[in-house]
Design a protein. Sequence first.
Length: 175
Amino acid sequence: MLDLSRIGARKLRLENERVDFGRLVIDAVEARRPQCEARYQDLTTECPSSPIWLTADPGRVRQIVFNLLDNAQKFTPEHGSVHARVSVREPYACVEVSDSGCGIARDKLEAIFDPFMQFDAHPSRSRGLGLGLALARRLAQLSGGTLTASSDGEGHGSCFTLLLPLEGAVPPERH
């Protein structure tokens, strides 16, 4: 909640440095692995072997990816799957976090990024504050990137796509 307040007040500072995006994603995946294993979920990663360089705050990038993986793991049933795929989509580095979970109704795809938004897809699961995706999107935007969600609807899993500018790239203007 403090981070969202700092972002709103324009007081959150990013500590940017040259980082390997793939390495950051793998670090976040490994941090989530114990929770996935505890629920018998298959957690896989697809990442190029060569570095994908960004100028970004490594802690914040890890935080974004960790939040996406946390969300996927929470909304995926036991024995389901969570997958992180790293790629380059010029002029961006990309990670897609997909899952075989409960999915998202099309009319809720934007609302899930609102602070305190929660859905009762799994009433028995532990509930958070509904801040993880809101924070992840705002951190992505502060980093010059985007975070979007897609799903074929309830019961069909979901996919979150994070795009961050490659090192030296000038992202296209946003409207």
